[in-house]
Design a protein around this ligand. Structure first.
Ligand code: SF4
Length: 484
C-alpha cells in the first residue's frame, strides 16, 4: 500500500526515485549528498547513503529531505570512504516507512553489497512468493528486495550473480550497486528509466539525471545504454550487454514532467523538449487570449513555447510557494480546505480582466486543475483556457511512476468535452501523441515500434505487467529450474 504524506500533492503524478553512485574519491559520501540534493525532485519521502572504504560499509538512511538527513556533520563523519551510493525515495511499491528506505544493504557469502533502484519490477510479487516458499525472509515490502534474494540464491562472482538475477526480473530498473571493490550501474533492456555516466578526475559516477553531475562539477560521459551493465573497480571501467537486446522505450513523461528542466536525458535537453511541446500545443490548440500563464514549475518552459508560437504575452500569473513541506504540515480540516492555495497563488495584477491560457503538464484526477481554474476566475480572469502538455493520462504506469488506479484517472472516464466541464474551464486542449513525438524531434509516433514508452497515454505497454496477470510466467519457471 502506498501512503501519500502531502495532502496537497495527491492530484499530481508523483516522482519516482533518484539514484547516485560514485567511486574513486575520498569524499564519496559528500559528493553523493550533493548528487541526491540535485535530484530531490524525484523523491522527497526518504533518503539514504551507503559508503565503503574498501573494508567496511557505513549506512545512514532516514525519512525526510536530503538536506535535513545529511546536513549534520556528525552524520557525515560516519560515512567515510572512497565509494558510495545513494537513493531518494518516493514510494511506488511498498509502504512508506524506514524499513523500505534504500539503499538496501545485505551480507552475502562474497561480502557486503548495497543496492539502490529507480523503477518498478512487474513480476516482483510472483518472484517474492516463490522465494518466500523456498525460505527467503524479506525485511521490507519493496520490489527491490527481490533482487537481493535472487543475488543470494545465485552462484559465482557478484557480476555473474547480478546477471542471473536480472534475467529473472521483468520491469523497469536503473540500479546502482556497491561492493567493497566495485561500483556497478545497470539499466533494464528497454531503458525505461534514465541513468547517466559521469567522470570527475579519476572518479566515475552514475546518476539518474545529469543535474547531479553538474552540481559536483563532473562531466557527463554518456547515458548508460538500455541493457548495459557497467562495472567500475581498480581495473577501470568495463561495459557489457548481458541481456537479450530489446527495443528501447525510454519514458517520454520524463521530458514532460519528471526530470529537471536543466537536465539532459538521452542527449535531449528537457527544457528544450518542454518548450517545443508548448509550441506544438499552440499550433494544435490555438485560442484567442490576452496572456499565457504557466502552472509552475513544470509548465513554465512549455508556456514560454506556447507564448512564442502564439504571439500571446507570457506572464507569471500564478506564483508557487516552494516551502510547502511534504510532511511537516498536519492539516486541520480548515487548512485542508484551503488546499491548492497553500502551494499556488494567483498573481492578480496579471490576471484580472484578462482572457487567460493556463499551461500545465497533465490532468490526473482533475481536482487540482478544477481548483486552479477556480482560483484564476476568483482573481478576475474573464476566460480560462486550459492547455495540457501531454495527451490525456488514461492509463496507469507500472514502471515506477505513482499513478492512481485507472478508474480514478479523469481521462479514463470522460472525453475532453466532459473533462473541460468538470474542471470548469472555457476550453481544454491536450497536445496530441504525434505532437508530443514531433516535439521530441520525431516525424511522428511509429505505431509498430514506438520510439518511447507512452503507455500512460496510449495503453501500449512495452513490458508485461506479470503480477497483474494470472498464471506462472516463463521467468518464474526459469527461477524454479535454477534453484532445483
Ligand atoms: Fe513513463 Fe507513462 Fe511509460 Fe510510466 S507509463 S514509464 S510514466 S511513459
Amino acid at each position: 500500500m502506498m501512503l501519500t504524506t502531502n495532502p496537497f500533492d495527491d492530484d499530481k503524478l508523483h516522482e519516482e526515485c533518484a539514484i547516485f553512485g560514485i567511486r574513486g574519491t575520498k569524499d564519496a559520501a559528500a559528493h553523493t549528498v550533493l548528487g541526491l540534493h540535485a535530484q530531490q525532485h524525484r523523491g522527497q519521502e526518504a533518503t539514504g547513503i551507503v559508503s565503503t572504504d574498501g573494508d567496511e560499509f557505513k549506512v545512514h538512511r532516514a525519512m525526510g529531505h536530503v538536506g535535513d538527513v545529511f546536513g549534520k556533520p556528525q552524520v557525515m563523519e560516519t560515512l567515510e570512504g572512497i565509494a558510495a551510493i545513494g537513493h531518494n525515495r518516493y514510494s511506488t511499491t511498498g509502504e512508506s516507512g524506514l524499513r523500505n528506505v534504500q539503499p538496501i544493504y545485505a551480507d552475502f557469502e562474497f561480502g557486503g553489497l548495497a543496492l539502490a533502484h529507480n523503477g518498478n519490477l512487474t513480476n516482483a510479487l510472483q518472484l517474492r512468493k516463490e522465494l518466500v516458499h523456498r525460505g527467503s525472509i524479506f525485511q521490507s515490502t519493496t520490489d527491490t528486495e527481490v533482487i537481493v534474494h535472487l543475488l543470494a540464491t545465485s552462484r559465482g562472482p557478484v557480476t555473474e550473480r547480478l546477471i542471473t538475477a536480472l534475467r529473472l526480473v521483468e520491469g523497469a530498473y536503473s540500479l546502482v550497486l556497491l561492493t567493497k571493490r566495485k561500483l556497478i550501474g545497470v539499466r533494464d533492456p528497454r531503458g525505461v528509466r534514465p541513468l547517466v555516466l559521469g567522470k570527475l578526475g579519476d572518479a566515475y559516477i552514475f546518476a539518474s539525471e545529469s543535474v547531479a553531475l553538474d552540481i559536483i562539477g563532473a562531466e557527463k560521459v554518456r547515458d548508460v545504454e538500455p541493457g548495459e551493465m557497467i562495472t567500475i573497480d581498480e581495473n577501470g571501467i568495463n561495459s557489457q550487454f548481458p541481456f537479450n537486446r530489446q527495443e528501447k522505450r525510454f519514458c517520454i513523461f520524463e521530458y514532460v514532467y519528471f526530470a529537471r528542466p536543466d537536465s539532459v536525458l538521452e542527449n535531449k535537453s528537457v527544457y528544450e523538449a518542454r518548450k517545443r511541446i508548448g509550441e506544438e500545443l499552440a499550433r494544435e490548440n490555438p485560442v484567442e487570449a490576452d496572456v499565457v500563464v504557466p502552472i509552475p514549475d513544470s509548465g513554465v518552459p512549455s508556456a514560454v513555447g506556447y507564448a512564442q508560437e502564439s504571439g500571446i504575452p507570457f506572464e507569471y500569473g500564478i506564483i508557487r510557494n516552494h516551502y510547502v513541506g511534504r510532511t511537516f504540515i498536519e492539516p486541520t480540516d480548515e487548512i485542508r480546505h484551503l488546499g491548492v492555495k497553500l502551494k499556488h497563488n494567483a498573481n492578480r495584477h496579471y490576471i484580472e480582466g484578462k482572457r487567460v491560457i493556463l499551461v500545465d503538464d497533465s490532468i490526473v484526477r482533475g481536482t487540482t486543475s478544477r481548483k486552479i481554474v477556480e482560483m484564476v476566475r476568483e482573481a478576475g480572469a474573464t476566460e480560462v483556457h486550459m492547455r495540457i502538455t501531454s495527451p490525456p493520462t488514461a492509463h496507469s504506469c507500472y514502471y515506477g511512476v505513482d499513478t492512481p488506479e485507472r478508474q480514478s484517472l479523469l481521462a479514463a472516464q470522460h472525453n475532453i468535452k466532459e473533462m473541460c466541464k468538470l474542471i470548469g474551464a472555457d476550453s481544454l486542449g491536450f497536445v496530441s501523441i504525434d505532437g508530443l513525438y514531433r516535439a521530441m524531434g520525431e516525424a511522428n509516433r511509429d505505431k509498430e515500434h514506438p520510439q518511447y514508452c507512452d503507455a500512460c497515454f496510449t495503453g501500449d505497454y512495452p513490458i508485461e505487467n506479470v503480477d497483474a496477470n494470472s498464471g506462472d510466467s516463463a521467468k518464474l519457471t526459469l527461477l524454479r529450474e535454477q534453484v532445483r
